[in-house]
Write a protein that binds this ligand. Structure first.
Ligand SMILES: CC(C)(COP(=O)(O)OP(=O)(O)OC[C@H]1O[C@@H](n2cnc3c(N)ncnc32)[C@H](O)[C@@H]1OP(=O)(O)O)[C@@H](O)C(=O)NCCC(=O)NCCS
Length: 325
């Protein structure tokens, strides 16, 4: 069976950088606190002309160019996002129109920060049944619009951006090898974001905080480390592989301390793990594809390398995936 293989990658970050020093002027915090607790130094914030679908479309055009695939040859445009600029139509439909992918069907999926991995798994299933299919998978977020900029517990963590890849059935020994995905909806209230008007304001009390990200940081931290560790261990075990077989691990970029704990538990050396959370903060579903585009363009991965992705996010959702480049 053919597996989903990456033909090309692209990414797009908004122009505006918001540093920890900028945040010092907005909430009671310090560069020192943010850097030591999270590893984040700057994040990108979208402005006019950088709406979610426009960042996504720019990342998509770059991935198509890199893959040498024409937009009209795409069969599916799939966008992983939890911050579409409209609920309906989907972000994917806007991207389809923007890039001219007239022969594709298009839809969004929301698995919070795990959206991109869930999307890769889905794309792999489509390609398993129709190997010639060309799929554009994008992770794109404008979280800055959904953060309470007076809440120092959350506003320091998140950023905006988009990453994309073009996928199709590859030759033997390339592409997705296996994925392990999990969810636990019982823990939803440890990390969540209400929809605007998800409730009737006449019946429910509304507040300014109503639609912004809410989080129990310490609980999320513990669950994130445990879930990603268990997922990766299970994935390696059932494929009779160890971390020694992995050329590069590309985790969801939430917090450098979560990543260091995870690396310690998995016994993986720092040079085998790609980290860019210092530059972009947590960009949710966009973080893995942005990181993948960076390592690809830096020439850090070569044909046949075994890559390991893992993620954790609201829901809770989590997962890991092995892919031969
Ligand atoms: C959010 C996080 C960085 C907070 O770090 P922490 O060590 O758990 O800190 P706590 O929440 O216990 O807060 C410790 C103190 O720092 C304060 N604090 C919180 N945010 C602060 C900030 N931005 N600047 C300064 N102080 C801050 C708290 O108010 C608290 O003060 P207190 O002791 O007087 O009550 C950490 O819990 C974390 O990274 N969690 C995971 C978040 C995440 O990745 N979410 C997305 C997953 S996809």
């Amino acid at each position: 069976m053919k597996r989903a293989t990456v033909l090309g990658t692209g990414s797009c970050l908004p122009k505006r950088k918001l540093t920890n020093f900028d945040l010092e002027k907005m909430v009671e915090t310090s560069d020192e606190w943010i850097t030591t607790r999270t590893g984040i130094r700057t994040r990108r914030i979208s402005g006019p002309g950088e709406e979610n679908y426009l960042l996504a479309a720019k990342a998509a055009r770059r991935a198509l160019r890199n893959a040498e695939v024409k937009a009209r040859d795409l069969d599916l445009v799939l966008v992983a996002t939890m911050t579409p600029h409209m609920i309906m139509p989907s972000c994917a439909c806007f991207v389809q129109a923007e890039i001219g992918a007239g022969n594709a069907f298009a839809y969004d999926l929301n698995a919070a920060c795990s959206g991109y991995l869930y999307g890769l798994d889905l794309a792999d299933k489509y390609i398993g049944s129709r190997p010639g299919m060309k799929i554009l998978l994008i992770g794109s977020e404008t979280l800055s619009a959904r953060v309470n900029w007076q809440d120092r517990n959350t506003c320091i963590l998140f950023g905006d951006g988009a990453g994309a890849c073009v996928l199709s059935g590859g030759s033997r020994g390339h592409g997705v090898l296996d994925a392990h995905l999990g969810s636990d909806g019982r823990l939803w209230n440890l990390l969540y974001m209400n929809s605007p008007k998800s409730c009737n304001p006449a019946l429910e009390q509304s507040s300014d905080d109503c639609c912004s990200i809410q989080m129990s940081g310490r609980d999320v931290f513990k669950h994130a480390v445990r879930a990603m560790e268990n997922s990766v261990q299970e994935l390696l075990r059932r494929n009779t592989l160890t971390m020694d077989d992995v050329a590069l691990m590309i985790p969801h970029q939430a917090n450098v301390r979560i990543l260091h704990k995870l690396m310690e538990r998995l016994g993986v050396a720092a040079e085998k793990v790609y980290i860019n959370v210092d530059k972009y903060g947590n960009t949710s579903a966009a973080s893995i594809p942005i990181a993948l585009d960076e390592v690809h363009r830096q020439g850090r991965i070569k044909g046949g390398d075994l890559l390991l992705f893992c993620s954790f996010g609201g829901g809770f959702t989590w997962g890991s995936m092995l892919m031969h480049w």
